[in-house]
Design a binder for this molecule. Sequence first.
Ligand code: DGL
Length: 275
Amino acid sequence: MIWIFDSGLWWLSVRKELAKLMPDQNFFYIADSAYCPYWRRSPEELQERCRKLTDFLIGQWNCDIIVVACNTATAAAIEVLRSEYSIPFVWMEPAIKPALLHSKTWTVGVLATYWTFKWALYHRTLTEFQWNVKVIEQIWDGLVELVEQNKTESEEAKELLTKYLTPMIESNIDHIVLWCTHYPFLIPMIEKILEEKKVWDKIIVINPAPAVALQTQRVLKALEQHNKQKKENIFYSTWDEKILKNFVENIINEFPEQHKHTTNTKNFKFNHLNI
Ligand code: DGL
């Protein structure tokens, strides 16, 4: 069984892709909302959080794979997790490589949280594939919070996004890498801004979630055996599970078509997790 964790409620960008590829799987989920946003915490604190969540998960009878559906947590903790635990992890790769390889304007934009930009693997990827491509890095302060509050369509989100995107557009980028699992929910607003600036057909927006889903499917296939599906979906929140319940009920229609049977939330269990 596949367990997923992220710092907050917007794990859905990864879950959506997982469900498209593996419609018969159930996904169990932890929203570590009590510690959100992760980007405000130190790498040491994040490593400790990830250890705590992993210890909890490996204690569950049905945990075969853990998807770290958070770039900030991946950047801070994945090396530690991989060296300390034998359970297979899938994590968020720096989605910069396709942008570097395919840029025709030799300029790409990357949007991420502060700690994600510090990740050694990101820098190794740049060293290997950057050549003469100019990479414009932008820390998107404030956007994780707006997404958590479900304000992706708000004027506030539009203003912040315009502020961050304008210098990139003026520098002639042809790819934007959304390197945070919260950001794909801003794609409609990003597209609106690109349209207003008349560059919607010149810039490709990269969402890393589909690649992560593909990797999860590969890892699951490679396991000799794994726990079979259970009928219910389990959601844990380290904050208020009622907020998580309301949230899931509100966005249930965004679950992929194949998962329409899940629109009936009676099989969903929402629990508080005190760790
Ligand atoms: N979803 C997390 C990521 O991908 C958000 C970070 C946060 O909580 O600060 O980085």
